[in-house]
Design a protein around this ligand. Structure first.
Ligand code: OSB
Ligand code: MG
Length: 389
């Protein structure tokens, strides 16, 4: 059988023209979430948004660093990412022209870690470079879909009734897959009740590393509910215990946190740590890691989908472009702007159709206008990085 992806090498297809960056603008702004989002690692009430804008040839491109304020999802925080961008990653791109996304990755390779900071710069550059070549970001990245299937992630609620109410609302909006956050004390019984009310929906759970291999028999109870996947049940950096657990479970494990780079993803596939991978461009360090994960999972017949980090419209637009690649066969955590925010930073806002799709923009770059007035009204701090002479 010839897999669609057998000949894919999406990074090799990206342009490598030299671009001389004039300036990198950093902005921090705070926007409230409509309702707090609770996971096994903690809750998020407002979003401190970290934006990057890179300027060259009279054009600019936008990216978002998806780190949170506390090191709970991963070790990165807004402050560590700010330090990494201001002192190392940003200056290394301003010293000499860069040769495409691959050139950026090469320049950043010697700096260890700081994936979300690295990714933010790649995102901004990709938007710029797509605009300079007058094509939508989705096509620039090798995407072909006109619309992407979307699902929604529901945080841990004070009561099961409140969760059932949210499931009802989001199913009726059109979301194609409902993901429930779980943790010890909010798992088997909650999933059972949701399944009883909704026997036919695509349903998954996400533990954000709340369990250990000792919970194997407990987690095996989830096999009874016909779940699409169990996301990141074990340690945030583990591959081996996930492989052991996957052997015991009928339900596919999906890696999020611990598929932290293309190399880690390759090792997960080799070990059998998962049957599905959630690709977040921020977690893995940029498009130059996300695209190879997409390609290798296609070759291995492992479905992928695009995860989310409660992004503003700018990060959301990048997720839509990434999810337009053919290998993203499962609904992404790409919800409407209105799911999280009263008002988004982009226009038009991201909307979800009644049948659970988001349109892929056809305008150049991210394909949305950044609302500069709203942005400046919300901006807390801003820095400009320029080449040194
Ligand atoms: O694990 O996928 C996750 C949100 C914050 C941090 C981690 C995760 C999530 C989500 C929601 O599940 C993603 C989204 O809708 O943006
Ligand atoms: Mg997750």
């Amino acid at each position: 059988m010839l897999l669609w992806s057998a000949m894919q090498n999406t990074v090799a297809n990206l342009p490598t023209d030299k671009v001389k960056l004039d300036r990198i603008t950093i902005r921090l702004l705070r926007i409230p979430l409509k309702e707090s989002f609770a996971t096994s690692f903690g809750r998020v009430d407002t979003r401190l948004i970290f934006l990057l804008e890179v300027h060259a040839e009279g054009e600019s491109g936008w990216g978002e660093v998806v780190a949170f304020e506390e090191p709970l999802y991963s070790y990165e925080t807004v402050q560590t990412a700010l330090h990494a961008v201001k002192d190392f990653l940003g200056p290394s791109l301003l010293s000499e022209p860069v040769s495409g996304l691959a050139g950026i990755a090469e320049r950043h390779e010697r700096f260890r870690g700081h994936n979300m900071a690295k990714a933010g710069l790649q995102l901004a550059f990709a938007d710029l470079s797509a605009k300079l070549s007058n094509q939508p970001l989705s096509r620039y990245l090798g995407g072909s879909k006109e619309r992407v299937a979307v699902g929604v992630s529901l945080g841990i609620q004070p009561t099961v009734d409140q969760l059932l109410d949210r499931v009802k609302r989001n199913v009726s909006v059109g979301y194609q897959r409902i993901k429930l956050k779980i943790m010890p004390g909010w798992d088997i019984d909650v999933v059972r009740q949701v399944r009883e009310h909704y026997p036919d929906i695509l349903l998954s759970v996400d533990a954000n590393s709340a369990y250990t291999l000792e919970d194997k028999d407990h987690l095996k109870q989830l096999d009874a509910f016909g779940l699409l996947m169990i996301e990141q049940p074990l340690y945030h950096d583990d591959l081996l215990d996930h492989a052991k657990l996957q052997k015991e479970l009928e339900t596919a494990i999906c890696l999020d946190e611990s598929a932290s780079s293309a190399r880690q993803a390759a090792q997960a596939l080799e070990l059998g740590s998962c049957g599905i991978i959630n690709i977040k461009v921020g977690r893995v360090g940029g498009y130059t890691e996300a695209l190879p994960i997409h390609d290798m999972c296609g070759a291995a017949n492992v479905p992928v989908w695009c995860g989310g980090m409660l992004e503003s419209g700018i990060g959301r637009a990048h997720n839509i472009a990434l999810a337009s690649l053919a290998g993203f066969t499962l609904p992404g955590d790409i919800s409407a702007s209105s799911r999280y925010f009263e008002k988004d930073l982009i226009s038009p806002e991201v909307t979800v159709s009644a049948d659970g799709f988001v349109e892929v923009p056809t305008e150049p770059g991210i394909g949305f206008e950044v609302d500069l007035d709203y942005l400046s009204a919300k901006t807390i701090s801003t820095w400009d990085l320029r080449p040194e002479f």
